[in-house]
Design a protein around this ligand. Structure first.
Ligand code: ZN
Length: 404
């Protein structure tokens, strides 16, 4: 159980403030603006000399292509898109200047680089969640060891950052990083059944899931706790972010007022929860400080964070759907089994996260099943299947148009 009745975010006033900031940002940041009849509406940039995000607002869907990339520039072609007027502007971070031109029935976005960089990812975000335009996003990352070009007149602070990152050329494992979070522990036992305690059942289940995942050789599994210890919720989120988790699954067991209540359910982060996460990030709080939004311009950060959160929410919801599918034939499901919540452990803005309530310890059938190693392992096998399926089809879930 997860104290779901406790309101986790402040009153409407603070939410309104966040919305107002976001609206002001949307109006103020566009460096270039085209007519509404054109294809390219606006170009926005954010980030610093290590990673920079370029967002192109469009009135239509498009399959973009990188048609030119050398150490000095990246050219993105958007076929079938108009480029009204002369859109151009000064850059930020890795981009020293940008321009949009029409070439052969396509809009071309020219990005001059202040430093040798590569396109790390790019994707199209369709309208939704209150935004009525398409957004083509290009994430640039500095090539390790590259130096800012002197001509770019990078400020001293940027130089310092760049050299700090260049000293850390981390080889990335090809294994996907999954963080399993056994709920509760130590002084916090969680829910009680007739015999079982939630903190024991969740740890046992987490261990079974870890074994199941590691057997495939495809995952690096990190547990937020390996024994009966108390770990604050914020620490669990920080652990997931430090591990660069690609998926976070928090495991719990429920308690109900009525013994007849039973079944599993899955939670993902709600819209309000995202706003709460945004406040933590923008306040620079410790457990979410190193979100990949290094620019010092808070208003641009808000936009970038917003995009990150949308993508993360999409992925979390996609995983929740697959998870319910895969465990649905192994256990009973609670009615309305996918719910939105503002649980603290789901708050990392860039880690897809779900919270699984495996069943009700207050229901005799569920408790028996959760206390039975065989049946519990069968359930965790279903969770493992869902994780396999999620990573096999991950790109489809994230609204990614095409990779490099
Ligand atoms: Zn719980």
């Amino acid at each position: 159980m997860f104290g779901r009745l406790r309101p986790l975010f402040g009153g409407g006033g603070r939410l309104l403030a966040v919305v107002a900031v976001a609206a002001a940002v949307a109006l103020g940041v566009g460096a270039g603006r085209g007519s509404a009849s054109g294809g390219v509406l606006k170009v926005r940039l954010g980030g610093d000399a290590v990673s920079t995000r370029v967002v192109v607002d469009l009135d239509r869907s498009v399959k973009g292509q990188i048609v030119g990339a050398d150490p000095r520039r990246v050219v993105l072609s958007l076929p079938g898109v108009d480029a009204p007027g002369a859109l151009q502007g000064r850059g930020t971070g890795l981009v020293s200047a940008w321009s949009v031109e029409r070439a052969g029935g396509a809009a071309r976005i020219n990005l001059s680089l202040s430093r040798d960089a590569v396109v790390k990812r790019r994707f199209l975000l369709p309208p939704g969640d209150g935004v009525d335009v398409y957004r083509y996003v290009v994430d640039l990352e500095a090539r390790p060891g590259s130096q800012p070009r002197v001509a770019a007149a990078a400020p001293a602070t940027v130089q310092t950052r760049a050299s700090a990152v260049a000293a850390d050329p981390r080889p990335r494992s090809t294994r996907r990083v999954v963080v399993i979070d056994p709920g509760h522990g130590g002084k916090d036992p969680g829910a009680h059944g007739a015999a079982a305690r939630e903190k024991d059942v969740t740890l046992a289940a987490a261990r079974e899931l870890k074994v199941r995942l590691e057997r495939t050789g495809r995952y690096r599994v990190v547990m937020t706790r390996e024994s009966d210890v108390y770990i604050p919720l914020e620490t669990r989120v920080a652990q997931a972010r430090r591990a660069e988790a690609e998926l976070f699954i928090s495991i719990h067991a429920d308690a109900g007022d009525s013994a007849s209540l039973r079944g599993a359910s899955v939670y993902t982060l709600s819209e309000q929860g995202s706003d709460r996460a945004a406040r933590h990030v923008l306040n620079g709080e410790n457990w979410v400080r190193d979100v990949n939004l290094p620019g010092r311009d808070a208003s641009v950060n808000r936009i970038l964070l917003d995009l990150t959160q949308r993508a993360t929410r999409n992925r979390s919801a996609a995983f929740a759907r697959v998870l319910l599918e895969r465990i649905g034939d192994r256990t009973a499901l609670l009615q309305r089994s996918h719910r939105d919540a503002g649980f603290v452990v789901l708050l990392a803005p860039d880690v897809p996260a779900v919270l699984l309530e495996m069943g009700f310890l207050t229901n005799p059938d569920d408790e028996r099943a959760l206390n039975d190693p065989k049946r519990r392992a069968r359930l965790m096998d279903g969770v493992g299947d869902a994780i396999d399926a999620y990573f096999e089809h991950e790109s489809r879930y994230a609204a990614v148009s095409s990779g490099q």
